[in-house]
Design a protein around this ligand. Sequence first.
Ligand SMILES: Cc1cc2nc3c(=O)[nH]c(=O)nc-3n(C[C@H](O)[C@H](O)[C@H](O)COP(=O)(O)O)c2cc1C
Ligand SMILES: O=C(O)C(=O)c1ccccc1
Length: 405
Amino acid sequence: MANASTTPHDLNCLTIDELEAHAAKIMDKQTRDYYNEGADSGSTLRENLDAFKKYRIRPRVLRDVSRIDTSANIFGHKNSIPLGVAPTAMQCLAHEEGELATARACKKMNVVMGLSSFATTTLEDVAEASGDNPNVLQLYLFESRDHSRKLIQRAKKAGYKAVFLTVDTPILGRRNLEIRNQFKLPKHFKIANFAQDEAEKEGERQQEEQARPQAQRRSSAGYLDGDNRVQPSGPITFHTHAANPTLSWETDIEWLKKECGPNMQVWVKGIATAEDALLAIEHGVDGIVVSNHGGRQLNGAMATLDALPDVVAAVQKRIPVHVDGGIRHGTDVFKALALGADFVWIGRPVLWGLAYKGQEGVELCLRLLADEFKLCMGLAGTIKIKDISKDYLVKMDRSGFVSRL
Ligand SMILES: Cc1cc2nc3c(=O)[nH]c(=O)nc-3n(C[C@H](O)[C@H](O)[C@H](O)COP(=O)(O)O)c2cc1C
Ligand SMILES: O=C(O)C(=O)c1ccccc1
């Protein structure tokens, strides 16, 4: 009998939940709170996780599952599983090698990596560590077009396959632990991808700005006071760059497409509705990620798995639809694909892996999910990614009533 436990395992850490628990013991409180929390009460963060429990798998049997192919094509590359590493900011907080450790683990595991605009490693160094393995650059479109233009040119030159424009963060969500902890990036780390000529000045401003509680930091329209009211604008700052409330389909997507040219795709990350998915297609976007930023932006927003089916129905396979948020098991990957996603991304589990054991920890994280996903495919009676469909799921309502999809 084929057994999933043929790959070497870390006996102390056999699940993503265990990885989270190990990481929680290792990370300092500031980092743990920053990485793990959601916005406001955290209900959307929890619902992202719980949404997967509403679905159960309908396994088919007596099919030859001796040859399971978990691979998925992305940007013309063969990814080992239909899963990528979502962009998350400031990975040097989790481990001194930060994004480089993640890039090396992704390369080893054949998994695409998303690099945050707010990475603590330069995009060139990450590209070098990745070799042939594909990368995407997550973008916050800064109000200073000059800075964005430079960043895009650098990404192009370094061979990034796509930019993912994050569209769920026109204003930064309120994260209470971050405010209470007065979270700041320790002085010895740098937000590495600010344009060289601006880096010094900007670095200093960031350090100053980060010393401020979140509620007093400035956004580009001004800063949010204690009651989340926007106060008049101040100088350009760290959070000015992340949160740009002027972003719009008309002005920014056209501009971005032109800047990226024919060889670097433009995706939008943070879509939650069919209406916006259709607008994305209308504006010539190459792909979308259904995301609510891991529940860190609009608390009270739908769980991403709940938002997914409407988006999939509207898009009708014209462009790829990806999803992130709350994926912690191989069965979660299977369920997202069965609901029509082409691919999924994971955020926090990679940060936990990094904190646990650097590159090795990220490899472990990816291996656990890859093994679980392959096992799920085989036990459900599927051998190719394209076999996975809604025929393999039922949905349970609150009273436990089960219905076919
Ligand atoms: C600590 C942290 C930092 C993040 N930083 C960014 C970022 O810089 N840009 C971005 O688009 N998304 C960012 N995200 C959101 C992730 O890309 C992703 O959407 C989310 O983490 C997925 O949910 P999950 O953590 O439940 O897997 C961040 C998430 C976390 C947890
Ligand atoms: O923390 C985040 O989720 C995020 O996307 C972000 C926002 C501002 C600066 C750095 C990261």
